[in-house]
Design a protein around this ligand. Structure first.
Ligand SMILES: Cc1cc2nc3c(=O)[nH]c(=O)nc-3n(C[C@H](O)[C@H](O)[C@H](O)COP(=O)(O)O)c2cc1C
Ligand SMILES: [Fe+2]
Ligand SMILES: [Fe+2]
Length: 402
């Protein structure tokens, strides 16, 4: 059965949910699925904004067929050429052979790399700032290169102030009937997943997000429609403010994320003892993660959220314990910066982990090492407690700004 909803007069949500997919991009766990949003405008002209992943093709085509009710589709706008939104371009062109497929030169290069169908005859190339009138509705093209692919565009519907934002402002997590931020407890149900989505997928491109903010500054925006997750219409500033912070790599909150690797439990013991000491010094919002246990995307998300980090790991074959090595690579690849960091290594005969971690953080921008880094020899003994107290003092005074 079709499953659609009018989100503004003559503008319809025609997307769907996938709750079966295990991992987004075969990389990020989806505890509660993901939505692929697509929007249909039925005006004097008809326009479909993006399509959906081929996992939900049947639902999608039913939605379109129902609403179109025999009408011709005039435009299919491709804001993002990633397959989770392009899985149905070929189907739509087959159903509506006269449709103008609207994209930029990069979109069509990518289309012809990914797909076999030749849509050269259908293509309509737009440039930054071009406008497309549909009758009462008017779409303005705002390019958003590298948020998070090179061809990405957004459309500002200028009569109502609706921003079709491609992947930006999206989240993991399927929709549950309620489409709008005011119909759900967005803060509790989606923010953590929106942050995990942003930090892991868009995180590297903070500068490009800031460029888009400059382009849309001063424009009236009353609604934001992302390609994943809820539509914002009541508290738009909530997500805009978060994106502003995240894209500047500013912490949302003072707090400490302690992430450790440990084979025999000794580094884990030190991490827990440090967390306890920080709590006793008045530090709140402490998170502790075992890098071998928790998927890195969750740890990355909290690294974007909080101000202070503690990395603790043993030496492994004269290198760094692999899961920590991997996490620090991801942090560097995502361009994480502007954090205060404390370090703890562990080794039994020849130390390497602490040195490698120190170098890794030095290679990231504005990562300030605080306190004296600790290098444990196998197990921190009660007689060495002062060293941990000193580190806890340094971290606590920095967090509490004493
Ligand atoms: C496969 C393997 C390789 C290791 N390589 C080194 C090494 O190159 N240098 C070293 O000092 N310790 C090495 N270790 C020892 C651990 O780093 C050390 O025992 C540490 O205290 C373990 O901390 P944990 O109790 O938190 O797991 C290695 C251990 C394993 C299992
Ligand atoms: Fe994408
Ligand atoms: Fe996407």
């Amino acid at each position: 059965m079709y499953n659609v909803r009018e989100i503004s007069p003559n503008i319809y949500w025609v997307g769907g949910n996938d709750r079966r997919l295990e991992q987004f991009e075969n990389l990020f766990p989806l505890a509660n699925g993901v939505s692929y949003n697509s929007y249909l405008i039925l005006d004097e002209k008809t326009a479909l904004i993006d399509t959906v992943d081929d996992a939900i093709t049947d639902q999608y085509l039913e939605n379109i067929t129902h609403l179109m009710n025999g009408r011709e589709l005039d435009y299919l706008i491709i804001n993002h050429m990633e397959p989770d939104h392009c899985g149905n371009i070929e189907n739509i062109v087959k159903m509506y052979p006269n449709v103008k497929v609207v994209g930029n030169t990069k979109s069509f290069t990518l289309f012809h790399q990914f797909y076999n169908m030749d849509i050269t005859a259908n293509q309509m190339i737009v440039k930054e700032g071009d406008e497309l009138s549909l009758g009462t509705h008017n779409l303005k093209f705002v390019f958003a290169p590298m948020v998070h692919w090179p061809e990405v565009m957004m459309n500002l519907e200028t009569t109502k102030g609706i921003l079709f934002a491609a992947d930006a402002f999206g989240t993991f997590g399927a929709l549950a009937g309620n489409l709008f931020d005011d119909e759900i407890d967005y803060a509790n149900l989606y923010i953590d997943e929106a942050r995990r989505y942003y930090s892991n997928i868009v995180g590297k491109f903070g500068a490009q997000v800031q460029s888009v903010f400059k382009k849309i500054a001063g424009q009236e925006i009353n609604m934001i429609c992302s390609l994943h997750g809820p539509i914002f219409r009541s508290d738009i500033s909530l997500i805009l403010d978060l994106y502003d912070k995240w894209s500047k790599y500013e912490a949302e909150k003072d707090g400490v994320v302690i992430f450790y690797g440990s084979m025999y439990g000794n580094t884990a013991n030190t991490a827990d003892a440090l967390a306890n000491k920080l709590a006793q010094r008045g530090v709140t919002d402490i998170r502790v993660y075992d890098v071998s246990k928790t998927h890195p995307s969750y740890i990355i998300s909290d690294i974007f959220k909080y101000s202070h980090l503690v990395a603790a790991a043993p030496t492994y074959n004269m290198g760094l314990y692999y899961p920590m090595d991997n996490l620090l690579h991801e942090m560097a690849a995502l361009g994480v910066k502007n954090r205060k960091v404390a370090l703890i290594g562990n080794h039994s005969w020849a130390s390497a982990a602490l040195k490698i971690m120190t170098e890794r953080f030095a290679s990231m921008k504005n990562m300030e090492i605080i306190g004296d880094s600790l290098d444990i020899k196998s197990r921190l003994k009660d007689g060495e407690e002062q060293k941990l107290d000193d580190l806890a003092d340094a971290i606590a005074s920095s967090v509490l700004k004493k």
